[in-house]
Design a protein around this ligand. Structure first.
Ligand SMILES: O=P(O)(O)OC[C@H]1O[C@](O)(CO)[C@@H](O)[C@@H]1O
Length: 533
């Protein structure tokens, strides 16, 4: 199937995407809807044959079977012997979900209720700090224990009517210093978010926060909460079990904001809005489970991704939300996609026969237009672009700005598709009075090759429910790509080596141990830093 796809890809690589629109039905044939959401992939070079082959690829990989196995609690995370059930966290009104013969839903619901009760107490002032009502919440966590809540809290700013939320992740002391400086410890709640409760960055920051709190608060641990699977370590840290929100090992770090890791978001927007966020994700789960592959949004996003990266060989993919509040979506997706599908061996431990997942990057539009879009339009490489835009925004009094935003988004995908030929550029420059060799030279700089692929996801308005849909859409997209590549999308062994080496290097940097055994570069860097510290 890969060979067939690749030879089809090669055979159409020079074709103009614009010419595909000779079929007046193309926009509707190469798009799909989910509720009020539209995914348009007609501005790609995928045709009927390509889509058929991609669907057959998904069928051959048994995407439907693997999907069902995931939802049913099979231990599809084989290298860690775990089920993959973040979907259970948003299974608000669904049936039982069995793991090792036990229904996990009563516990999931119970934890959600406890979270909501605590969030409500914090928001209403039933839970007090030493100085009174909590004004600020600091979430300390990193990776999946940070990126989801940060991204979603920024995205849902119009719904945030609780205490201010802050996020500390980096082990660079500058991060926590800058966050804590303006805060009053007596009215601050610190949430330590760590699935394992062993992550060095998080535990180091948590200790710094505890010391900061203890300067002004008699019982500092009393203003801490913990989100973790490791009850022993949260207790050892001194956090009372009533403020510890646990979850099971079948929730992967980068898939975890639907449960306790989402507590900071829940405190910011309130329980009902958080539940709406879960409901949105659950609706996408239902769609993913039920819709035919050809109409299935996560499957289509994945197949377009496979087409661009594995078939056409484009090395990166830009995610370009025309929504300022989705400013951290690209960073969130970098972890989701690259930690999940950046693997070099297949499930059975053999070398992958095909390249793994792409580099994902991006920034909101229109800002990116004034930065890196130059390369996207005129660089020598092709960067498939994934645009996201809301049909409306929250700022009703600034509707003219939203129209401009939408116009810019659509203009970019149109420009990428259409380009500007040498003849058109020449005519424009001629009209400006240029002629001869100078006209020829100047015109060439103004040529846009066009024929550059993009997709556009349009959603009605960035509500909690819609955000839930979008994030679940991407989660399942990553899963489908992983299944097609034959990899385990739910482990992350690639982060381990650096962690181990950092542990060993710390005493060397501190000068407690020498650099013997280190390579020449590392030893020289340590010595230089020590001389200049
Ligand atoms: O929640 P924890 O256990 O602190 O882990 C944080 C992050 O670290 C990682 O394990 C990678 O180092 C991520 O997968 C995870 O999201």
């Amino acid at each position: 199937m890969w060979n067939e796809l690749k030879s089809h890809g090669a055979s159409v690589s020079e074709r103009s995407i614009l010419s595909l629109f000779d079929d007046a039905e193309r926009a509707s044939k190469f798009s799909a809807t989910f509720g009020d959401m539209l995914f348009d992939f007609s501005k790609t070079n995928i045709d009927e044959t390509g889509l058929d082959l991609l669907i057959r690829l998904a069928e051959a990989a048994d995407v439907a079977g693997r999907r069902d196995a995931m939802f049913e609690g099979a231990k599809i995370n084989e290298t860690e012997g775990r089920a993959v059930l973040h979907t259970a966290l948003r299974n608000l009104d669904g049936g039982p979900v069995m793991v090792d013969g036990q229904d996990v839903m009563p516990e999931v619901r119970g934890t959600l209720d406890r979270m909501e009760a605590f969030a409500t107490d914090v928001r209403t002032g039933l839970f007090l700090g030493q100085g009174g009502k909590i004004t600020d919440v600091v979430n300390i966590g990193i990776g999946g224990s940070d990126l989801g809540p940060v991204m979603a809290t920024l995205a849902l700013a119009p719904y945030a009517d609780g205490p201010r939320t802050h996020f500390v992740s980096n082990v660079d002391g500058a991060h926590i210093a800058d966050v804590l400086r303006p805060l009053d410890p007596r009215t601050t709640l610190v949430i330590v978010a760590s699935k394992t409760f062993t992550t060095i960055e998080t535990i180091t920051n948590a200790n710094v926060a505890k010391a900061w709190m203890s300067e002004k608060v008699d019982n500092p641990a009393g203003q801490f909460a913990a989100l973790s699977t490791n009850a022993d370590l949260t207790a050892a840290f001194g956090i009372d079990a009533s403020r510890v929100f646990g979850f099971a090992d079948w929730v992967g770090g980068r898939y975890s904001m639907w449960g306790p890791i989402g507590l900071s978001l829940m405190i910011a927007i309130g329980g009902p809005a958080f539940r709406a966020f879960l409901r949105g994700a659950q609706a996408m789960d239902t769609h993913f489970r039920a819709a035919a592959l050809r109409e299935n949004l996560p499957v289509l996003l994945a197949l377009v991704g496979i087409w661009h990266h594995q078939v056409c060989g484009y090395p990166t993919r830009a995610v370009l939300p025309y929504e300022q509040r989705l400013i951290r979506l690209p960073a969130y997706l970098q972890q989701l996609e690259m930690e999940s599908n950046g693997k070099r061996v297949s499930m059975d431990g053999k070398d992958l026969e095909i390249v793994s997942g792409p580099i994902v990057w991006g920034e909101p539009g229109t800002n990116g237009q004034h930065a890196f879009y130059q390369l996207i339009h005129q660089g020598t490489g092709v960067v498939p672009c994934e645009f996201l835009v809301g049909a409306t925004g929250h700022e009703n009094d600034l509707a003219h700005m939203h129209r401009l935003l939408v116009a810019n988004c659509l203009a970019q995908s149109e420009a990428l598709l259409r380009g500007r030929s040498l003849e058109e550029a020449t005519a424009i420059m001629k009209a400006k009075g240029l002629e001869g060799a100078e006209l020829e030279r100047q015109a060439r700089h103004r040529v846009f090759p066009g024929n550059r692929p993009s997709t556009t996801l349009v959603y009605p308005l960035l509500t909690p429910e819609v955000l839930g849909q979008i994030v679940a859409l991407y989660e399942h997209r990553v899963f489908v790509e992983g299944v097609i590549l034959g990899i385990n999308s739910f482990d992350q062994w690639g982060v381990e080596l650096g962690k181990e080496l950092a542990k060993a290097l710390e005493p060397i940097v501190a000068g407690e141990q020498g650099t013997e055994g280190k390579d020449g570069s590392t030893a020289a860097l340590v010595e230089f830093i020590q001389r200049h510290a």
